[in-house]
Design a protein around this ligand. Structure first.
Ligand code: ZN
Length: 260
């Protein structure tokens, strides 16, 4: 068995002999990504980041298990695009609560939600379960954990299906990135429209953005400067930051002052 830390690939014999301390639950989405990236982009990203950080943490002695990625996320504002598959926030929260209960029943108290989709608002799950479960919950929106690195690597900021996600795709699922016959990306420019309100455009007031009014083909962010090398650099930084956290978390005692 090459990846005993991946639950879907491991077996009962291994699990019986190797109790886990930390569970990582990745969350993706099923939605269009401009014209060129696959509907499963957020899931492939969640799989890749989860696998890379768990492999590295396992190598360094962490007792960590990677759960299967939840393939659906919240898409209420994307539903004007065909085959965006919505799970309401309250439904998603209920699924996470049930999975947390399962893990607690199996003796796992350290649970990391590894989120890959901006539409998944998961902090309320942590707030609601605080004090009600013996589990310690952690939330990582991995793309947000790398905002500083993204500014260094990429020319254009990426909101959705832009340079960052396209670079990720070129590095880890290049066969699913659509190209024109001349080799250029089969994507539009990912331009977005402002609303009529300055307060919203400047971020003083927020809304859930109706994606069909915000974008042309669902892309928000220019993808054309993407390269596979940029995608690999990004993931190297993710692993540096998050694998170390998993190693520390696995070794940490759950005493009364945890995590301080
Ligand atoms: Zn995405």
């Amino acid at each position: 068995m090459t990846r005993p830390w991946k639950l879907a690939e491991t077996n009962y014999a291994y699990v019986k002999a190797h109790p886990f301390e930390v569970a990582v639950l990745p969350l993706g989405a099923t939605e269009p990504h401009n014209l060129h990236l696959p509907y499963g982009t957020d899931c492939f990203e969640a799989d890749t980041v989860g696998e890379q950080i768990c492999a590295e943490a396992h190598e360094r002695g962490a007792k960590v298990v990677l759960l299967p990625t939840i393939p659906y996320g919240t898409e209420t504002n994307q539903m004007a695009f065909p085959l965006a598959m919505n799970v309401n926030p309250s439904t998603l929260h209920a699924v996470i609560r049930d999975l947390v209960d399962s893990l607690v029943g199996h003796g796992i108290r350290k649970i990391v939600l590894l989120n890959s989709h901006g539409g998944n608002d998961l902090k309320p799950v942590l707030r609601e379960l605080y004090g009600k479960t013996p589990a310690q919950l952690f939330l990582c929106n991995w793309y947000a954990a790398l905002a500083d690195v993204q500014r260094e690597i990429f020319l254009h900021p990426d909101d959705h299906a832009g340079e960052m996600e396209t670079s990720f795709g070129l590095a880890y699922f290049p066969h699913l990135v659509a190209r024109n016959p001349d080799g250029s990306l089969a994507a539009d420019e990912g331009a977005t429209r402002p609303t009529r309100f300055e307060a919203i455009n400047r971020g003083w007031v927020s809304i859930t953005r109706p994606w069909h009014l915000l974008t042309t083909n669902s892309g928000a962010g220019n993808p054309h400067a993407a390269t596979a090398e940029k995608g690999r650099q990004l993931v190297k930084h993710v692993v540096d930051r998050l694998a170390t956290f998993l190693v520390e978390l696995s070794a940490a005692a759950l005493d009364e002052r945890f995590p301080f």
